[in-house]
Design a protein around this ligand. Structure first.
Ligand SMILES: [Zn+2]
Length: 202
């Protein structure tokens, strides 16, 4: 599944003045969210405050997972949940600058943990609600994000990365050229396009 992290665990940036105690996963509003294991819903956030709508699930091992900025919560305090069960839908509520899921995790001792390894397990994995919707969402989000500053940044990033892409593209060409000239040309083109695409996403 495609999961794009829009803000990493521990990040300090324009939105997070203090280290970010969770990961932000870019998701189109309405993406189905699921429980990550056996546990009990111990908190439901009503939409007031930074985290917006969301909930917290306490697992049998004492860890807690927190979901924030949801559009709708489908579970209530005290509900028992099982791995894969639908607990609600992602959204853009609270202090959020775009549709995303904030995922946080606390150890049994109350310390914040990095939930990144769970990132690809919280949302649906069927083709309709999963990758297709997410790719479409990513595309819409990328198009809506294009600004003059963004284009200037992109050109600046490309200028820095271009020599690297050129060297990698050249190497791919040389390598494939030992077998086929025609394939080598396409290998180099695809490598360069892929490189440019990666810059756009980073
Ligand atoms: Zn966050």
């Amino acid at each position: 599944m495609i999961v794009r992290i829009s803000s990493k665990f521990g990040a300090v940036d324009a939105v997070h003045k203090t280290p970010h105690m969770g990961v932000d996963l870019a998701k189109p509003e309405g993406t189905t969210l699921r429980a990550l294991g056996e546990g009990v819903v111990d908190r439901v956030f009503d939409g007031i405050g930074n985290i917006g709508k969301g909930l917290s699930v306490q697992f049998n091992d004492g860890k807690r997972v927190i979901y924030g900025h949801m559009s709708e919560v489908k579970a209530r305090i005290g509900d028992n949940v099982h791995a894969g069960e639908i607990i609600g839908f992602s959204g853009n509520t609270g202090n959020s600058t775009g549709p995303h899921l904030h995922l946080g995790m606390k150890g049994a001792d109350g310390s914040w943990l990095d939930p990144t390894p769970l990132a690809d397990k919280v949302a649906n994995i069927n083709w309709v609600d999963g990758p297709l919707t997410q790719m479409w969402g990513l595309l819409r989000e990328k198009v809506s994000e294009i600004t003059v500053d963004g284009v200037v940044d992109y050109i600046a990033d490309s200028a820095v990365a271009l020599p690297v892409i050129a060297v990698v593209g050249g190497s791919v060409y040389a390598l494939i050229n030992m077998f086929s000239k025609g394939a080598a040309k396409w290998g180099a083109i695809v490598t360069v396009l892929y490189g440019l695409f990666i810059i756009r996403l980073s």
